[in-house]
Ligand binder design. Structure first.
Ligand SMILES: [Fe+2]
Length: 466
């Protein structure tokens, strides 16, 4: 080949390399090549400012709120006092200077190996007006602390509402960036949290002091907007080697959820309605096989969802069903086999999971044709199927999952190993705008986005994401 012919060839080759470096378009979707910070995620030291105990005698700490009943007209207010029980009363009202209502809660505490918890208070305040800003005070009689929240609008099909999405948060410096980044986004009205809260179980004897530090770290958000809790594997705290054999002990004492109001018999699976969304929380670490309580509950629950009232059907779970990273690979598979058919039949819009410390979004796919003899065991495009999103990228100390299966499977639309959070912005019964925000960017930047068309009201293919 002549010298002058080789130059365009080399230029072409160079261009191909540059393009491949930007995105690797294999047969599935996009594997982002964004160069993230490769430093190890390290937990913030115990004397960090974000863990500071609030000043004052027996001051309430670790304040958090969550939805208190099925339709969002109640709120559970929780906090911890250390020196003595003090009052479990919450004063509240719509005028910050006149908290004219009060509700009485209860306190509890637990022991875990050589640790004894503080006094953990839970108080449900009911009959709240929708779409109203309430002020509330806790610590009555000792050090009073005041916070506020806004109740959700009345449930209805075209009510706009914006959820934040965070998973696998932990308490590292990266966790702090994720929370700060979420707070910088003014749109989020409530957080759908997909499990793995404190990672206290990574410490010797599951040092439960790290449950306390976590509660104080997230208070700046959880005291002001409800976080909807999902139990992850780091909530199990099963440690028979130190005599701790009751699973989920710290989690169920500290984080109450309104499971009874949806007919559930355990706090690990339940549902709530919020604005135009129906949210079903499932338990990856409770029995889900046929005849189990969770199975029976879900079987009865799905047909109850009235899409004329709550068009958006959202499912939260910890362990993802569709995951093309080489971490926790296929751990969600047996639950997928049990329930995927139901999700397609009931046109679930989106499933959010965590567990894998990275980000991934699937196409609308299902894998329900297999019956042991027909060999049909590949995911196929399916307009009735949910989009599966893995958002386990909160930033905990275990670090990023960066090793992916190659080539990118055809069900996977976009994946990137960076820490971040997402926002699901419901506009009306047909449209929702979804964005994922990596921590390295400003809060207005979306590293992945998609317009969702509601599966019940507008079952057309969505606009392909960038
Ligand atoms: Fe996990």
């Amino acid at each position: 080949m002549g010298r002058w012919l080789r130059i365009p060839l080399l230029l072409g080759l160079l261009l191909a390399v540059v393009v491949a470096g930007l995105v690797d378009r294999s047969d599935g979707g996009v594997t982002s090549s964004f160069v993230r910070n490769a430093k190890k995620a390290i937990d913030m030291p115990i004397d960090s400012d974000v863990f500071r105990v609030p000043p004052g005698y027996n001051a309430p700490q670790q304040v958090h709120i969550t939805q208190g009943n099925h339709d969002g007209s109640a709120m559970i207010v929780s906090w911890v006092t250390e020196a003595e029980p003090g009052s479990s009363k919450v004063l509240y009202g719509t005028d910050s200077n006149k908290l004219i209502f009060s509700a009485e809660g209860k306190h509890t505490r637990y022991e875990f190996y050589n640790y004894t918890s503080g006094y953990i208070h839970h108080c449900t305040i009911r009959k709240l007006k929708h779409d109203t800003k309430y002020y509330y005070a806790v610590g009555i009689g000792h050090t009073v602390r005041k916070f506020w929240f806004t109740t959700p609008p009345k449930v209805g099909p075209d009510v706009p509402y914006t959820f934040g999405l965070i998973g696998d948060l932990g308490q590292s410096y990266d966790s702090n960036s994720t929370l700060t980044h979420y707070e910088a986004n003014p749109k989020g009205q409530a957080v759908l949290f997909v499990g793995d809260l404190s990672y206290a179980d990574n410490y010797p004897n599951h040092d439960n002091v790290r449950w306390d530090t976590w509660g104080r770290f997230v208070e700046r958000s959880t005291a002001y907007q409800p976080w909807i809790w999902t139990a992850g594997n780091h909530e199990i705290d099963f440690a028979p080697e130190i005599g701790e054999t009751v699973p989920f002990k710290p989690f169920i004492h500290r984080y109450h959820v309104p499971y009874r109001s949806s007919g559930s018999t355990a706090p690990f699976w339940y549902s709530i309605k919020r604005a135009s969304a129906y949210i079903i929380v499932l338990a990856s670490y409770s029995a889900y096989g046929k005849y189990t309580p969770q199975y029976k509950w879900l079987e009865e629950e799905l047909p109850k969802v009235n899409r004329s009232e709550t068009p958006w059907l959202i499912v939260l779970m910890h362990s993802p069903w569709y995951n093309s990273y080489n971490y926790h690979y296929m751990e969600g598979e047996s639950m997928r086999v049990m329930y995927e058919q139901w999700f397609v039949q009931n046109k679930v819009d989106v499933v959010f999971a965590g567990h894998v410390h990275a980000y991934e979004r699937s196409h609308r796919v299902s894998n329900i044709a297999y019956n042991i003899v027909n060999g049909k065991c590949k995911p196929v495009r399916d307009e009735s199927a949910p989009v599966y999103i893995t958002i386990g990228d909160g930033g905990n100390l275990e670090g990023l999952a960066s090793n992916m299966s190659e080539p990118q499977p055809s069900y996977s639309a976009f994946r990137e190993a960076s820490f971040g959070h997402a926002v699901f912005e419901i506009k009306n019964r047909t449209h929702a705008y979804y964005t994922w925000h990596r921590n390295q960017d400003g809060d207005a930047v979306a590293a992945d986005s998609m317009w969702f068309y509601n599966r019940y009201w507008k079952s057309a293919d969505e606009i392909p994401a960038v």
